[in-house]
Design a protein around this ligand. Structure first.
Ligand code: ITT
Length: 202
């Protein structure tokens, strides 16, 4: 069976992406299976640029098809911050709790009607020969006044998906993936991947 390397070390992402790729004729691996591949410096100004950089590096180093996700939260009242810095909002190596705390601090005096935000996701797919594909999608929402729910990862307890009136962390993985930035982008990436696998004879 062909291998597909998820170019990420984020376990929350791995869980969601594996769920969305279920049933494809590929063995899905992640960078945890390739400890020799060094971390990529995510120094580009766009989600697309960083996703491509991560997938290209992983495809080159492993010789397998690589899929990378670069994602993050843009908060209107913060002029789009933390954006591409979402993972290290509270500093290098910051954990989810520290990032969430800082986000709430920065929005302390901001009323509900000005707490709009957008989650964005770029998925890059790179074949061992260098062929590259990119898909992007997003999901609008609002930042809650305090954390709610215990599912998911990252900023999930603070991101309210308004049509459901629930934070991402109050939704189960399937419900989140139906409407999330990652779910929407990955369903399109899955179709591309199905096409590429059938062309290359599985
Ligand atoms: P990799 O680069 O190894 O994939 P990372 O955590 O550094 O892992 P990013 O650079 O793409 O990933 O940073 C995205 C950050 O945005 C991530 O750490 C989360 O804090 C946040 N994020 C992205 N998608 C999210 C989601 O669905 N729910 C909650 N937070 C999310």
């Amino acid at each position: 069976m062909r291998k597909l390397l998820l170019a990420t070390r984020n376990r929350g992402k791995v869980r969601e992406i594996k769920g969305l790729l279920d049933g494809l004729p590929v063995e899905v691996l992640s960078l945890e299976d390739y400890p020799e591949i060094p971390p990529v410096e995510e120094d580009l100004p766009t989600f697309a640029g960083n996703a491509l950089k991560k997938a290209e590096t992983a495809a080159r180093a492993s010789g397998e098809i690589a899929l990378a996700d670069d994602s993050g939260l843009e908060v209107e009242a913060l002029n789009g911050q933390p954006g591409v810095y979402s993972a290290r909002f509270a500093g290098p190596g910051a954990d989810d709790e520290a990032n969430n705390r800082l986000l709430l601090e920065k929005l302390n005096a901001v009323p509900p009607e000005r707490r709009g935000a957008v989650f964005r996701c770029a998925i890059a797919l790179v074949l061992p020969g260098g062929e590259t594909h990119l898909v992007e999608d997003s999901c609008p929402g609002r930042i809650a006044p305090s954390p709610r729910g215990s599912g998911g990862f990252g900023y999930d307890p603070l991101f309210i998906y308004e049509p459901a009136g629930l934070t991402y962390a109050e939704m189960d993985q399937e419900a989140k993936s139906k409407i999330s930035h990652r779910g929407k982008a990955l369903r399109r990436a899955r179709m591309l991947l199905e096409d590429l696998l059938s062309k290359s004879g599985g």
